[in-house]
Design a protein around this ligand. Structure first.
Ligand code: AMP
Ligand code: GLY
Length: 427
């Protein structure tokens, strides 16, 4: 079978890496891909939002299955476009993907189906939002309704900060049309974890849990990023908690969506806060997480192409999915200036010196210049490793990190610190 993967980040490199291990896969194309991905697959110069061009490519090249990485094409309806043309594709359709595309839809949906989440209010008018924040209790979280590249949630501590945020989002439209509505919600405290699940719209199988590290600085300080690293599985989501999450969150979500005629197939991502009163949903994503995928997929024992193909055909065999009894980590190496700005072009050294055993280097923002790898995005590389212990996986990953260098390279030395399994958290 020929596969087309849509996307260009570390998540897509991990997907291609895993798919390329399948005997069912003859060839992989990636649109638009990156330099590292081009070593494993043929990259095609089509952007992720060019839905018709992607479908034309799939048709012309007799692609047996298309796999979509990022949320943008999913919320734009790539699955609907492909299915109308009889092309097989893995992912939720436009209506189902609204679970990520609109936070007000997601919150109203959770409220209706009693899925635990922070208390909230939706505003379509900024005067009403400003009125509300004057007499609310703090802290609060203010979120733009639509897609905002992971930057649309702001924690505010007083009416003054809230007023500025409401005006930025709704009046100045710093996130564009995403700010035509607002969700204001209760600030939750606890441990944040990610649980992703495979689903065919009826059957659901959760993956091992993972924890992202969203802040740029060690000890979870500084600005929010797309994610500076991840490890899996987490300590906090042990078997009993995963069962609770499946029963209280994943199953009612998939059932509720089906009830509304929005049958959800693909990967459902839940960003959760494990509070004193149990797990609550912070956000849904309609796709694999990045960088969680780079930590989770190395633990999957199955043929990923088989899982994707089965789901696209409408039947997921949940009894067959198994995970390695091991730990996996991914340390992100970011460019100078990230997350505020990105300085591109620095030459990347040392990749050829990295150890391969139970390790993988996933490229996110890389390009070739004169045949050499150079920095071409905010998150540049994801250095992943697995081992029987978190500590062992971290030691393998950081030993590769130490071999890689580029001008202004930034990384966190404390990935996995919340696992409680790393006594010396700084590498
Ligand atoms: P979101 O855009 O909804 O994914 O939120 C981005 C990040 O903001 C989350 O990963 C959390 O770290 C934080 N966050 C979102 N909602 C809340 C909340 N209700 N309470 C505390 N933190 C939150
Ligand atoms: N790691 C967060 C995300 O994929 O949205």
């Amino acid at each position: 079978m020929k596969i087309l993967v849509v996307g260009k980040g570390g998540r897509e490199h991990a997907l291609v890496w895993k798919l390329s291990q399948s005997k069912r896969v003859d060839k992989i194309y990636v649109a638009p891909g990156n330099a590292g991905i081009s070593r494993l697959a043929e990259v095609v110069n089509i952007e992720v939002d060019q839905l018709d061009a992607l479908a034309d490519f799939a048709e012309k090249n007799k692609i047996g299955l298309t796999v979509v990485g990022p949320e943008l094409p999913l919320t734009m309806g790539i699955v609907d476009v492909f299915e109308e043309r009889g092309l097989k594709i893995f992912g939720p359709n436009k209506e189902a993907a609204e679970i990520e595309g609109s936070k007000s839809f997601a919150k109203n949906f959770m409220h209706k189906y009693h899925i635990p989440t922070a208390r909230f209010k939706v505003f379509e008018n900024h005067f009403e939002a400003l009125d509300f924040v004057q007499s609310a209790s703090y802290p609060l979280v203010i979120k733009a309704d639509g897609l905002a590249a992971g930057k649309g949630a702001v924690v505010v501590n007083n009416p003054r900060e809230a007023k500025i945020t409401v005006e930025n989002i709704m009046v100045d439209r710093v996130f564009g049309e995403a700010g035509s509505k607002l969700v204001i919600e209760e600030f939750l405290t606890g441990e944040e974890v990610t649980v992703m699940a495979f689903t065919d719209g009826e059957r659901i199988i959760p993956m091992v849990s993972a924890q992202d590290h969203k802040r740029i600085g060690e000890g979870d300080t500084g600005l929010n990023t797309g994610g500076m690293g991840a490890y899996a599985p987490t300590t906090i989501v042990a078997e009993r908690m995963l069962k609770q999450i499946t029963e209280e969150i994943l199953e009612p979500t998939i059932r509720g969506l089906a009830e509304q005629g929005r049958v959800y197939t693909g990967v459902l991502y839940t960003g959760l806060m494990i509070t004193e009163r149990g797990p609550k949903v912070l956000e849904y994503n309609c796709r694999f997480g990045d960088p969680e995928t780079q930590a989770v997929l190395p633990l999957l024992e199955n043929d990923l192409a088989q899982i994707f193909s089965d789901i696209a055909d409408g039947y997921l065999n949940v009894d067959e999915i198994t995970w390695k009894d091991a730990y996996s980590v991914c340390v992100v190496l970011a460019a100078k200036g990230y997350p505020v700005s990105t300085e591109k072009g620095a030459q990347i050294e040392g990749l050829d010196k990295c150890q391969n055993d139970d390790c993988a280097i996933f490229h996110a923002g890389t390009a070739f210049s004169d045949g050499k790898y150079v920095v071409n995005g905010g998150r540049v590389l994801g250095v992943a490793a697995t081992d029987h212990t978190v500590k062992g996986a971290l030691a393998r990953a950081y030993s590769n990190v130490k071999k890689i260098s580029f001008d202004g390279m930034q990384y966190r030395g404390d990935i996995g610190w919340r696992s409680g399994k790393v006594s010396n958290s700084y590498f």
